[in-house]
Design a protein around this ligand. Sequence first.
Ligand code: SAM
Length: 427
Amino acid sequence: MNLRALAAKAIFDVLEKGMSLSVALPEQQQHAVSSKDKALMAEICYGVMRQLPQLDKCISDCLTKPFKGKQRILHQLLLVGCYQLYFTRIPAHAAISETAEACRQLRFDGLVKVVNGVLRNIQRSEKPLNTDSDTLRYNTPAWFIKRLQQAYPKDWQQIIEQSHQRPPMWLRNNQLSQTRDSYLALLAEQQINAKAGNSPNAILLDSAKDVAALPGFMQGTASVQDGAAQWAATLLAPQNGELILDACAAPGGKTCHIIEQAPLAEVVAVDFDEKRLARVQQNLDRLNLKAQVIHGDAANIDAWWQGAKFDRILLDAPCSATGVIRRHPDIKWLRKNNDIAELAQLQRQIFDHCWQWLKPGGTLLYATCSILPEENRQQIEAFLARTPDAQLVPISQQMNEQDIGWQILPGQDNMDGFYYARLVKAQ
Ligand SMILES: C[S@@+](CC[C@H](N)C(=O)[O-])C[C@H]1O[C@@H](n2cnc3c(N)ncnc32)[C@H](O)[C@@H]1O
């Protein structure tokens, strides 16, 4: 099947079935004939997710009636065609004829003329994409624009712009293998341009690379992890000999980082999702690290843990992921306004329960990749109000001492949007 038909199927799975693009795309890429085709599929699918409202509008303006039922996939195919015309250098005649061929391969021979005709109209009209509403101008759902305007009256436009940028690739040097400077030297030997980030083992690459091209990657010299996520283990500050809980651990990026920092700590990595949990073990294996990996509910620790209370807990809570839209643009269309209150409730439940399992004098680091105050600052304020033995310990990177936790905005120092709050339990 040609790559446009496969791309349309992946987009269909996201928009019509609610699958995440990071699952739907690899499933379709398996059927692509070359790595070049796979790369173009990714470019098209991610691009469509970034520009969806404008592309949708452009197509619906050209159709007398929308595709429905079994024919719906042709709407996604037109998104693929339209994206190529507006946002790629693929010659228009090739983009149109290949997309029409995809229509045939999807077994809609009778509609090839329609697909062809719509794309030719779009090409001939040379009209700029419509920007008549905020949703169209910012390619962002109205509910999310509203929440950003409320939370960030000065910065909301910049946040949206940053959320549409292509994210850089960050590495985490494995300090058990070599120093960061030594790894930077190994990268330079391979003509891979990179520089040190702000946290102790962070490395920012000038351009994305296949991990197979990175020196010693399969032997565990480094991991791929955004600069913001790398602050988790540093702020948790695990010590050798301690008992540490990573309460929402999968796929395990932060678990591995904790053990790299304190190889003699006893680390328990828990997650609710068994499939994702398998990836924690794979990451530990590649890096040759050991942890207790447990399938369990962080809001019901008694059910799977009979040991002592924990010295430190990382609670990297399930969240809206609104800080990582630049990496996962499908989040804009998968999340709904009502999800935020539900997520905040789930976070509250896990938070209260984990706190009971923290030793007096212990540290809990609360983290999300969200930029919404309901999941971050407000969550911590409410927690402090109902938890007399909790004290907030300011993080030195915060803008002001009075801030409740550290909110990193997308694009800040090239990082993803992230939030951290560090709490200590009274002795
Ligand atoms: C933000 S992700 C964690 C990312 C991970 N810490 C890392 O750095 O690779 C949140 C995780 O919470 C898990 N989760 C959600 N509800 C949970 C619960 N009640 N108990 C344990 N894990 C849960 C999800 O399956 C998901 O893997």
